[in-house]
Design a protein around this ligand. Structure first.
Ligand SMILES: [Fe+2]
Length: 222
């Protein structure tokens, strides 16, 4: 492993240990990342889209908190971590300046950003390991909503797996509580207010949002 890749692995390791992730899950996460040879891709994401990489680390931490609250087993926890790490890898295919625009996006820019789930899926679909189908599903469908208003396919209800729902909620919470070029980070309360509204509209899984809320109350993230 080259030095830049070792640095990526170290940052992933720090994020996992900051979430009090157990050693067995950490081992499995690295086995999956190594077997599928995606560390170089994550290194590229860290170099070329640093903000997206750190957002992915936070998303992984929140996904892990949800997984623990929902009694998801060890192997699935590791799968969820890898899926969360890779969920936005398709943003490598979106011009960096579009991701940094400090204003409301125009429809043509939104269309470009909306290509990233499919682009991410394409960039990793040839890598085959145990659990990879779940990871591909997370990458491709993390912007789908239960009421069918998400993208790219407008999937509904049970067609969106529980693992993907976990990453969707983690992703949205992570995004809301981060500083963005067009707005400051929201407080935890304000972020949950938005998530609760989305549950009320039938977009997000209320059990998953509830698991994140309980998890963060019990173990505020460092
Ligand atoms: Fe995304």
């Amino acid at each position: 492993m080259s030095f830049p890749e070792r640095r990526t692995a170290l940052l992933i390791h720090l994020a996992l240990t900051n979430s009090d992730c157990d050693i067995a899950t950490i081992r499995l996460v690295y086995q999956y990342l190594g077997d599928a040879d995606v560390i170089p891709l994550l290194t590229e994401l860290r170099r070329e889209r640093a903000f997206t990489f750190s957002h992915s680390l936070r998303t992984m931490k929140f996904a892990l908190i949800i997984a623990r609250r929902m009694d998801i087993d060890l192997r699935e926890c590791a799968t969820l971590c890898v899926g969360a790490l890779l969920h936005d890898v398709g943003k490598l295919a979106v011009a960096a300046h579009i991701l940094r625009l400090p204003r409301q996006l125009r429809p043509v820019e939104i269309d470009k950003i909306r290509t990233h789930p499919e682009a991410g899926y394409e960039s990793i679909c040839d890598k085959r390991i145990f659990g990879w189908n779940v990871i591909l599903d997370i990458v491709r469908h993390h912007h789908e909503y239960l009421d069918g208003t998400g993208y790219p396919l407008g999937l509904t209800g049970q067609r969106i797996s529980l693992r993907t729902r976990c990453v969707t909620v983690s992703d949205i919470y992570s995004a809301l509580t981060e500083n963005r070029p067009y707005r400051a980070a929201l407080s935890q309360d304000a972020a949950f207010h938005i998530l609760d509204e989305m549950v009320g509209l039938g977009k997000l899984d209320g059990d998953v949002v509830g698991a994140l809320r309980k998890g963060l109350l019990a173990e505020p993230i460092r």
